[in-house]
Structure formats: C-alpha cells, structure tokens
Design a binder for this molecule. Structure first.
Ligand SMILES: NC(=O)C1=CN([C@@H]2O[C@H](COP(=O)(O)OP(=O)(O)OC[C@H]3O[C@@H](n4cnc5c(N)ncnc54)[C@H](O)[C@@H]3O)[C@@H](O)[C@H]2O)C=CC1
Ligand SMILES: O=C(O)CCC(=O)C(=O)O
Length: 311
C-alpha cells in the first residue's frame, strides 16, 4: 500500500515531522504560496497547517483526496470548517496546547505596557537616557478587564490576580463564577478597566467587536492588549484612537492581515507589536505537534500499513 501523502505547509517541530514520516510521505511547502499549495494538494490525503496557511474553499476544491486538515494550534479562523464538513473532510486541532504560552506572553505585554518597556529600551538603544518620560504605573490595585473567559482568559486571570489586580471578565457563553473574578457587560468592562485584554476567537460575530465606539469608552490612561486575533479590533479605528491618546497604548501580537505590511499601527510610539508569537514556545509547539500528528494519523488509519508490532 503506498504511504498516505501529508502536506505540511507551516513550520512544525522536528519530533512531529519524524512521527509523521514514520508512517507517511511528508511533503513541505510554504502555505502562503497558493500556487505550490494547489499543486501539492492534487494527490494529498492530509494537510497540516498553523496560522500561516489559509485553508479556504478554493484550497479544499484542489484536494479531491483530502481526508483531514490538521491545525497545529487552537484558532480555526483560517480554516473553512463549514466547507470541510460538507465535503466530509475532518478538521482537527490542538486545543489547550498553547494556553500557558499565550497567557505568559499576555502577562509580559501587560507589564511591558504599564512600564513602557519596549519604548524605553528602544530609546536607550538610540543612545538616550530619558527616565522621566518613561514613568509608568503599578498594576497592583488597578483593574484588568478580560474579554473571553476561556482557557487563555482564565490563565491570565490567575496570573494577574497574583499581581494584586482586580479582575473583571466578559464572556456571554462562559460561567464566570470564579473566585474573585467579577462578570460584567462589555461596555462596563471597557469603561472601568485600566488594562483590557482580548481572549476570544475571531468569528463573523466577533469581527470588529472592538470598534470606534468601544475604544471611546476606554479610559485615556488604559491599555489594550490583543493576543487573540486581528480583526476582532477595527484597526483603522484603533489607529485613530491611539493617535488621539485614548486608549493610552496597545500591545498587539496579532493583526487583521499577517504579516501586517505597512500598517500605520506599527509606526505609532504607543504600540508594542509582535509577529504573532503567542504560541511560539518550544513547549507549546511540541504539545501542538504531538496532538495534531496523533489526530491526523488516526484519521489516516484506513490508509496506513499495519506496523510490524501490530500484526
Ligand atoms: N497569539 C497566539 O499565538 C494565539 C492566539 N489564540 C487565540 O486566542 C483565542 C482564545 O483561545 P482559548 O482561550 O484557547 O479559546 P477558548 O475557546 O478556550 O476561549 C474563548 C472564549 O471566548 C468566548 N467568546 C466567544 N465569543 C465571545 C464574545 N463575543 N465576547 C466575549 N467572549 C466570547 C468563548 O465563550 C470562550 O469562553 C483563540 O480563539 C485564538 O484566536 C490562541 C492560541 C495562540
Ligand atoms: O503558531 C501558530 O500557528 C499560531 C497559534 C495560534 O494563533 C493558535 O493556536 O490559534
């Protein structure tokens, strides 16, 4: 029996690739190269992606043999799950694999915002010693507003409670009866928080959730942190709001289009911007790779030769 063909179109850990290669014909490409992706999918049985590959209906159209799309991570906003389901293609991901990594990066961005860490470091690298300009604020006693109280939101709450922040959360679908975390409506959370952090998926219902009206509710001294998805925040509205100094700053790990090219957000002095690093730890990548490889191989089981130990 020929080995099933698995297309890997984003970076995966060596250990994951070795597991896949032990049973499959693994082919690599860059999923941003749509032409190469289309060509490779003509005889592919599985496709494994991270956030860099858009798996839309056009991609699925080119893959007549595809049985499974594996997402080595959490968010499925880059996969057309409705078309996949209609065509009987399984979609598997690795929920929880990167929760701690994203929560820890979020903590870092909250602290970096309150203490102007990146702007101050940049200024010293430029040979300047501008201590008074970079006076920050303490987090202790201030209010954190968490939008989306799922896996990451809960881990951020725990960590920031240890900084003695008062924690509010807004999530229409989650039970927020959780220790000292107080459930609020979105508007109240935006108006009362000193830091607002987003931890919800991007869906048609959440795209543009934080727009001009919502930003105008925030305190002029507040910071917005987004390690969830670009597009949940209206970037044009955010650019205007940050230019006006309300909110005071934003820390962004994600963008509506990635890479964000010449987005004006990148040029603002009150923006800390990262290239979608939330899940980029060795620990999270290993967990995501292991989980997704196991699930993809399970979907391919009917095509796999029995292993010598199994016969
Ligand atoms: N920066 C990065 O590298 C990473 C980003 N992410 C993003 O973070 C998001 C959250 O991840 P998890 O916590 O693991 O997901 P999760 O599914 O555990 O939690 C998401 C929460 O958002 C809530 N939610 C949905 N719509 C909402 C709305 N309109 N308002 C408020 N809450 C709403 C849900 O009820 C759920 O509790 C993912 O969807 C993904 O987009 C996830 C992993 C890595
Ligand atoms: O490393 C990646 O693919 C991005 C992680 C991510 O955004 C996710 O798991 O949802």
């Amino acid at each position: 029996m020929p080995s099933p063909i698995v297309i890997v179109s984003d970076a995966l850990p060596g250990e994951t690739l070795a597991v896949l290669k032990s049973a499959c014909d693994v082919r690599h490409l860059d999923g941003r190269d749509r032409k190469a992706l289309f060509a490779a999918l003509t005889d592919a049985d599985a496709l494994i992606v991270r956030s860099g590959t858009r798996v839309d209906a056009e991609v699925l159209d080119r893959a007549p043999r595809l049985r499974v799309v594996g997402r080595a991570g959490v968010g499925l906003d880059n996969v057309d799950t409705i078309t996949a389901a209609a065509r009987g293609i399984a979609v598997v991901n690795a929920p929880g694999s990167n929760t701690v990594s994203v929560a820890e990066l979020t903590v870092g961005l909250i602290v970096a915002s309150a203490r102007h860490i990146t702007a101050a470091a940049r200024s010293l690298e430029d040979g300047q010693w501008r201590r008074s300009e970079f006076a920050g604020v303490e987090l202790a006693g201030r209010t954190l507003g968490i939008v989306g109280y799922g896996r990451v939101g809960r881990q951020v709450a725990r960590r920031m409670a240890a900084f003695d922040m008062r924690v509010l959360a807004h999530d229409p679908y989650a039970d927020i009866a959780d220790g000292d975390v107080h459930a609020t409506g979105l508007d109240e959370l935006l108006a009362t928080s000193d830091v607002v952090t987003l931890h919800l998926p991007r869906t048609p219902g959440t795209a543009g959730l934080i727009g001009a009206r919502e930003l105008s509710l925030m305190k002029p001294t507040a910071y917005l942190v987004n390690t969830a998805r670009g597009g949940i925040v209206d970037e044009s509205a955010l650019t205007r709001a940050l230019r006006e100094g309300r909110p005071a700053g934003a820390a962004l790990d994600v963008f509506a289009t990635e890479p964000p090219g010449s987005s004006p957000l990148l040029a603002l002095p009150n923006v800390v911007a990262l290239p979608h690093l939330g899940a980029s730890t060795h620990d999270a990548q290993l967990r995501a790779g292991r989980e997704v490889a196991g699930k993809v191989l399970a979907e391919l089981a009917p095509l796999l030769s029995p292993s010598p130990t199994a016969v």
